[in-house]
Every structure is written in structure tokens, then in C-alpha cells.
Design a protein around this ligand. Sequence first.
Ligand SMILES: [Zn+2]
Length: 269
Amino acid sequence: MLNFTRPTSTASATDLVWPFQGRHLVSELMGSPGAPIPLGQLMSDFPTVTDITPVGFLDDKPVFACILGAANMDVMKYTSGNLFALIGRIAGEQFDVIGRAYQLLCWERDHRHCGRCGRETSLADKGQSRACEPCGLSVYPRISPCVIVLVTRDEEMLLAAGAGANRRFYSCLAGFVEPGETCEQAVQREVMEEVGVEVDDIQYHGSQPWPFPGQLMLGFTAKWRSGDIDIDPDEIDEAIWCTADNLPPVPPPFSIAGQLINGFLTSLS
Ligand SMILES: [Zn+2]
């Protein structure tokens, strides 16, 4: 269980660290997937360990994240994988904790200098923010709200394959909330923009942090009101109406899209 209070002490050799190379989390080959590694061990096995970032307390012990740089790793000892690859292999709560580590690492890396005056920033407010003393700007980790919506019409669901996606599966429609917009307005706008369909009866379902690198997915259901599917090819490859009997490949149940789809199918049975 992670305590979100960030350690204020410097990491010692025995402290545990989640190491990242780009978007990839590095784990010990023989250890549990996603388990943090002692910092001293990493520093002796990798020439460049940088950006050691406090994350929180795991079972009352301070835990950190770090960047390993482009160093080669001993493939007999370590393995690395995209955070996406951990989905379904580790508990959802553990995935969220590693996601927090990755988000904080990206946030600290990207806010070393003040966006207003360009001077160096430093951790402030018990590690909750980065502050620029000369101009007084405080920057907190940025979370970007995204709506994700399952549109239904009687017993049908509207699912779409995203343009340029590596793995072809069909999911709910999603998009970022624009400044000045409510989540419900974002749902209506995104659905109209992506598939040309008008929706109403928008109901909140639940949320899920999505650390790629800082989205918060806000799940909704909505009912079709009018319009035929007319896709925006920049965003969508294909959108279809489908039922439980002709379900295409869909996201795993761990994801909020999977939960929305499963929830609808359960409500029919
Ligand atoms: Zn400043």
C-alpha cells in the first residue's frame, strides 16, 4: 500500500527504486514484475542513474523512481517492458502506484526550470510542488482529464478502432477535456467529432489514472440520439455498432474501457 507523502530525505543505497528507461520500466528478471529494486544495486549495475525522484512510502519504507539512461543492461539479470505490458500482469493498485512513479519522474524532469521566467525550480511544499523562488510560480504535477465514453443504442455498442494503433482492437471513444468545458460537453463534442453521432443521457461511471504520462480517464456511458456513423479518418480507422453476439477484440477488463463494455453486457443479461 503506497502512502502518497513524498520522502524528503535523499535516497540511500538500501532504498527501493523503480527504474525507467524512457517509457520502459526495468525489473529484475527473477523478481516479481514491477517490483522496485535497491538503489545501490542499480548504481553498481548501471553507469548512469539520474533523476532520483521521491514517490511515496511503500509499506512504510521510502520509495523512489529514477532514470537509467541509455545504458545496456545485463539481460540475464534485468528485463524491461513498456508500462502497457504490465497491464493485466500485476494488480491494478500496483499498476497505479508505478504509474504515479512514472508521472512524478516525468513531471520533475520537465519542470526543472520555471515556465514563466526560466530560472531553476526546486521542490517545495513537502515535495508536492516545484517552486521558483525569484518569481513565485509554483507548479504541481499536471493531470490531464480525458473522457472515455461507451455509446449505446438499445442492445448495440458503438466501438471504434483508433487510427494508427499498433494492436487492432475496438474500444470506446475518448478525448481530452478542453479548457472551459464540462466533462459532459467533452463527451458530446468528442463523439460528434470522431463519429458524427449525437448523444444524450450521459452518466458518469468511474475513473482511472492512465500514466502515459498524466491522463485521468473519466468513464461515461451515453445513449445514441441521432446520426449515422461518419468517422474522422485522422482519429478513427473504423467505427461499428456491435452486440454481444458479434463482439470484436476489446480492451482488457482492467482498463476502464473494458469495464464500461463488460458493465453494459452484464446489464443486458
Ligand atoms: Zn520563475
